[in-house]
Design a protein around this ligand. Structure first.
Ligand code: PLP
Length: 433
């Protein structure tokens, strides 16, 4: 049975049989999003940034306001609409004994609209790490091929290439980044050779929240026949991203950070120019456009959704769609502006403290909604623990690349008051030193 036939069959059996048996249309799962109080009431009420009721947005999140959570870069808690979509979908699918695979079509369309690309260029996967593994293995590199990565990559962005070094003998070249952001393009470019096959880099580094020039690097890669492989785990949901304009070969991201999506979701983009040229590594049901076991004939779908082989968790995929709806109802430009305002507020306060060094670039060209700092001559990982235990403020210690620093994330649920509380805590800590 081909993929198209399979989909038609499933759809018919669900819609034909289950509606009558259980009396509840399965498509009600999708309506969980539309029924969200937040979306209905919120979008109507604000038309400009200044009209946005941030307290109302905060009230959509389940964690208590007593928790000062400034660690979205590690994990973004989900708003009510996402949690409701997941639980309602699970309930409906369990009631109807169905996996509901066809319902996920809507999510691909939502993601594609959000990122300005085609739904066929998008697959919903498990996390950003899975995306980078798909990229690394799909390229079919050989011993001696060079791949450039940076010293600021997350383990999920670096390990898939390091594994290829072990397995195949590719050469991974590590580029140390400029913490000011300004010379990073030149640094990376200078290390490319005729053997360079791919450059894998973060859109926003997980260490100091530094923005790398994706469009410039993607253009450069294209001109040299090098694959551009972008890890967008820290960027997607933080500010507007237009994948048609940036035009990378590959882009992967988590659903569970700045998108506030379900844990266990990720997004994977493959530029349409590669879909027919690069074969998938893992395949199964839904990878094919034609499949016949008896004649051993199989053709792949002309869509990156062929990466979504086998039975998947429809509830969390729809939850990811609800998360994108939540962000678009606020407006991604507004989300970005809020993050920058909170970050600037914190930066201004830190700039008045001699004992503190900021290691995130100031320019919006090289930074967004994260700020990393260190207290000079101190063990900042210990200080981070102290801030958590004594002041109940959740940040993230940065040990990567020996940065000995503390990272703060600014999301839609954060407030200026929380930042002032953090500044007071830092003033007390630095005074005692
Ligand atoms: C830049 C970057 N890439 C990849 C990851 C791993 O993400 P995931 O858990 O979705 O695989 C992270 C997580 O913090 C990250 O910051």
């Amino acid at each position: 049975m081909s993929n198209a036939t399979r989909r038609g069959f499933i759809q018919k059996s669900i819609l034909g049989g289950l509606v009558y048996i259980f009396g509840t249309p399965l498509l009600g799962a999708q309506n969980a999003i539309e029924n969200s109080n937040f979306k209905e009431s919120f979008q109507l009420k604000h038309s400009t940034y200044n009209q946005i009721d941030w307290a109302k947005i905060r009230a959509q999140f389940l964690f208590p306001t007593s928790r000062q959570y400034l660690n979205t870069a590690s994990l973004g808690p989900s708003p009510r609409t996402v949690v409701d979509t997941i639980s309602k979908t699970i309930e409906q699918l369990e009631t109807s004994c169905s996996h509901g695979h066809h319902l996920t079509e809507k999510t691909h369309t939502q993601i594609a609209a959000f990122l300005n690309c085609s739904p066929d260029e998008i697959a919903v996967i498990r996390n950003a790490t899975e995306g980078m593994n798909i990229i690394a293995r799909t390229l079919r590199l050989k011993a001696g091929d060079e791949v450039i990565i940076t010293t600021h990559e997350h383990v999920g962005g670096a390990a898939p290439w390091m594994a290829l070094q072990k397995d195949l003998g590719i050469i991974v070249k590590l580029i140390d980044l400029d913490l000011n952001g300004e010379t990073n393009f030149e640094r990376i470019k200078a290390q490319t050779t005729s053997k360079t096959k791919a450059i894998a880099f973060s859109h926003i580094t997980c260490t100091n929240g530094m923005k790398l020039p994706v469009k410039k690097l993607a253009d450069f890669c294209r001109s040299k026949g090098i694959y551009s492989c972008v890890d967008g785990a820290q960027a997607l949901g933080m500010f507007p991203i237009d994948l048609t304009d940036l035009n990378p070969d590959f882009y992967t991201s988590s659903g569970h950070k700045w998108l506030f999506g379900p844990k266990g979701t990720g997004l994977f983009f493959m530029n349409k120019k590669w879909i027919q040229k690069l074969n998938p590594v893992y395949v199964g049901a839904y990878s094919d456009s034609k499949y016949d076991l008896n004649s051993l004939q199989m053709e792949y779908r002309d869509s990156v959704q062929r990466e979504e082989y086998g039975t998947r968790n429809t509830a969390i995929t729809l939850g990811l769609g609800a998360a994108i709806d939540f962000i678009t109802s606020i407006g991604i430009e507004n989300v970005a502006k809020r993050g920058r305002e909170l970050s600037n507020h914190f930066r201004k306060k830190l700039e008045q403290m001699d004992s503190i060094e900021i290691i995130t670039p100031k320019s919006p060209e090289f930074s967004a909604s994260m700020l990393t700092f260190r207290i000079k001559n101190a063990d900042n990982l210990k200080i981070n623990q102290q801030i958590n235990s004594q002041y109940k403020i959740r940040l993230r210690g940065i040990y990567e690349n020996n940065l000995n620093s503390i990272r703060v994330s600014f999301a839609v649920y954060n407030t200026f008051k929380e930042i002032d509380n953090l500044v007071s805590a830092l003033q007390e800590i630095t005074k005692k030193k």
